[in-house]
Design a protein around this ligand. Structure first.
Ligand SMILES: *Cc1c(COP(=O)(O)O)cnc(C)c1O
Length: 362
């Protein structure tokens, strides 16, 4: 029996997508082989990677002056690749520290230039998105970096900072494809695929054309965006099977009605859980309403033993990976695109029952 998997990543994939992958596993269309076995330079595979890019452009409404790259190395490699390629004018960038991933991006970039912290929410375990004052932004920064959705803490920027002519760079690993975004507001978007796009192994980069070309001299060939732009993400062997899976996920998304429809479903799913958390006497959301993520929802009882009991009973009931990140404690439900509404409804029903059996008066 398949469980409801609330993992922060790798995470659930749409069941329909897995079934298509199963059906095409041994023989993709009339190729006589699995996508896993294909030459990445074959005609069949060429059609797959092209379709994946076309679909991503259509679903995200990516303007023509942006390049789409299918890379490896995870979002974590982008923490270095972004500064190596973008810190070329003044070797300077601004950062907002909203969590562990945002901090890692900041730390790594410090190896390549001067990094300025505009704001941080570390004082309260990153449980909110700090207010930003554009007057404090560096006018001469090569880019301005944010982590749009903070996977570990369950916060999300409700609005984008206005960085003027300074390119806005966003780590969207845990919210890409969850709702529409205006790509033209960004200089560069990157995301590890294993949360909302595909299995682990693929990293998607969306970069405005004018930001491609230069890089610091020390930049390895594989770490230059130019290398991958000039070779259509085929300078070396791309993560072929993951790109195929992304294509299937995008087909599923498009059939569902695209990102507008996905957003409505995600809002409904998140509201089911937040509404319950806000009225429960036992469980509490750790993030205040203005900063809440649609994708990652941390919650606590305030009693570590009770948290443990809950996680253990939930696991036994088929709701897995609900244990919170070690830095926050408690629980976290990651409800990415592929988590069915029914999964959240059943989780809330389970929580109500747990509260009844373990709450005050028992
Ligand atoms: C998961 C995650 C990462 C790390 O991604 P890798 O692909 O494992 O390097 C970085 N940033 C955010 C926001 C994430 O959720």
């Amino acid at each position: 029996m398949r469980v409801y998997n609330f993992s922060a990543g790798p995470s659930m994939l749409p069941e329909e997508v897995l079934k298509t992958a199963r059906d095409e596993m041994l023989c993709y269309k009339d190729s006589g082989q699995s996508v896993m076995e294909m030459s990445h330079r074959s005609k069949e595979y060429g059609a797959i990677i092209e379709a994946a890019e076309t679909l991503l452009r259509r679903v995200m409404n990516i303007p023509d002056n942006y390049k789409v790259l299918f890379l490896q190395g995870g979002a974590s490699s982008q923490f270095a690749m972004v500064p190596l390629n973008l810190m070329v004018k003044n070797k300077k960038a601004d950062f907002v520290l909203t969590g562990a991933w945002a901090k890692k991006a900041y730390k790594e970039a410090q190896r390549y230039g001067s990094c300025n912290v505009i704001a941080s929410s570390e004082d309260k375990t990153f449980s909110y998105i700090p207010a930003l004052d554009p007057a404090t932004f560096s006018k001469d920064a090569d880019y301005f970096h944010i982590c749009l959705n903070n996977t570990i803490y369950g916060t999300k920027f409700a609005e984008l900072p206005d960085t003027g002519d300074v390119p806005l760079v966003a780590d969207m690993s845990s919210c890409i494809l969850s709702e529409p975004v205006d790509v033209s507001k960004f200089g560069l978007i990157y995301a590890g695929a294993q949360k909302n796009m595909a299995p682990a192994g693929l990293t998607v980069v969306i970069i405005r054309e004018d930001l491609v070309g230069e890089a610091q001299d020390i930049t390895p060939t594989m770490f230059r965006y130019t290398t991958h732009v000039e070779n259509g993400s085929m300078f070396n062997t791309p993560p072929c099977y993951c790109i195929y899976m992304l294509k299937l996920v995008l087909e599923w998304l498009e059939k569902l009605g695209g990102l507008e429809a996905m957003k409505k479903i995600n809002e409904k799913k998140a509201a089911l859980l937040y509404d319950y958390l806000d009225q429960s006497e036992m469980f509490h959301a750790t993030v205040a309403p203005g900063s809440r993520s649609l994708m990652n929802i941390p919650f606590v009882t305030g009693d570590a033993e009770l948290d443990k009991k809950f996680v253990s009973e939930a696991t036994a009931a088929g709701f897995v990976n609900l244990k919170g990140h070690r830095s926050v404690g408690g629980m976290r439900a990651s409800i990415y695109n592929a988590m069915p509404t029914e999964g959240v409804e059943k989780l809330v029903a389970f929580m109500k029952e747990f509260e009844k059996n373990n709450g005050k008066g028992n």
